[in-house]
Design a protein. Structure first.
Length: 142
């Protein structure tokens, strides 16, 4: 697959991956759906955070860096722990996990990823954070 096609595919799949975040975050606003949507949002969020660790694992295979392998398993362990927290805390902690993972991957380009991937990670992280904030709205006391 040529670089342009790979980039295009990654962008489309990444953006499609935001759809469950948005749908579930909006569903949290509907009281009849909240009891289903909130646990699903937390689970999907933990799953995707773990996936980002897998991305780092793949990059670590290329670099052969033991430190990168250690960093690659942290998102899964963190997400599993967060799933034990109450829902509001879980949303906040998972959002923080996405920010932390972005910070580890993108600003210093520790994974030596292509520029388009760094931009995509920024867009997707912003989208995930927006969905977490949206889902918090009906859960916080007024």
């Amino acid at each position: 697959m040529k670089a342009g096609k790979a980039e295009s595919m990654a962008i489309w799949l990444g953006l499609l991956g935001l759809a469950p975040f948005a749908l579930l975050a909006l569903s949290v606003w509907s009281p009849p759906w909240r009891s289903l949507a909130l646990p699903a949002l937390l689970a999907y969020s933990a799953l995707i955070l773990s996936f980002l660790g897998g991305v780092r694992w793949g990059r670590a295979l290329e670099a052969g860096s033991p430190a990168q392998f250690v960093l690659a398993v942290l998102p899964s362990l963190y997400a599993l722990g967060v799933l034990q927290a109450p829902p509001v805390a879980g949303l906040i902690l998972l959002a923080a996990g996405f920010v932390g993972q972005w910070w580890l991957d993108v600003p210093a380009d520790r994974m030596r990823a292509p520029a388009w991937f760094r931009r995509l990670r920024g867009w997707l992280t912003a989208g995930v954070l927006a969905c977490h904030l949206l889902a918090l709205g009906p859960l916080l006391p007024v």
